[in-house]
Design a protein around this ligand. Structure first.
Ligand SMILES: O=C(CO)[C@@H](O)[C@H](O)[C@H](O)[C@H](O)COP(=O)(O)O
Ligand SMILES: [Zn+2]
Length: 185
């Protein structure tokens, strides 16, 4: 383990977020328009990105730092009955897409998280969202993979290490929360 090298990689990933500032503003505007139009935000991803999807949805329905009305945000990664039945009956690739076939409406927004941009179940969710007239935002890494061109608004943290990309994704999610609540003290 080379902590200094990892910290250097972390700093590089965090600095890459600064280049994404215009896209982060666009994502905040899209989420705002979704809520103002009566829509919902869905989030999905695998592994650490599943945790990030849940983290973000919890901060929108609960709160980030300030008291304010909750926003309708749902992580597609939390219902083990849905995940196991859809996975068992239709295949793991459909676990998020099938939920959107049931829940997603035109005007809703999907936040798709994938550090590689290659996860088939996240790609299927984006395709399902697009079919229903939903907006799609991608929190991606490396070169964004096929998801970079599949989503309406790609935010690509252009470094290679999965962990470092996830650390930058968490920062982006918190910046999006700040767009709804103002800057932290
Ligand atoms: O958290 C980590 C690594 O930091 C892992 O659980 C990681 O999220 C998993 O390998 C995922 O399956 C990776 O998927 P993706 O980011 O390529 O879409
Ligand atoms: Zn991890």
């Amino acid at each position: 383990m080379d902590i200094e090298a990892s910290l250097k990689g972390h700093r590089r990933a965090i600095e890459a977020v600064a280049d994404l500032a215009p896209a982060i503003h666009q994502a905040a505007d899209l989420l705002t328009r979704t809520f103002e139009g009566g829509g919902r935000v869905y989030a999905c991803g695998n592994g650490g990105s599943a945790a990030d999807a849940q983290h973000f949805a919890a901060e929108l329905t609960g709160r980030f730092q300030a008291d304010r009305p909750g926003f309708p945000a749902i992580a597609l990664t939390t219902d083990t009955s849905a995940l196991t039945s859809i996975g068992n009956d239709y295949g793991f690739e459909r676990v998020f897409a099938r939920q959107l076939e049931s829940l997603g409406r035109s005007g809703d927004t999907l936040l798709a998280l994938s550090t590689s941009g290659y996860s088939p179940n996240v790609a299927a969710a984006v395709a399902s969202a697009a079919e229903r007239g939903m907006n799609t935002i991608g929190l991606l890494g490396r070169d964004g993979g096929p998801l970079a061109t599949a989503v309406d608004l790609p935010l690509v943290v252009g470094v290679d290490a999965t962990a470092r990309i996830q650390e930058a994704h968490i920062l982006i999610l918190h910046l999006l929360c700040e767009a709804f609540e103002g800057d932290p003290a």
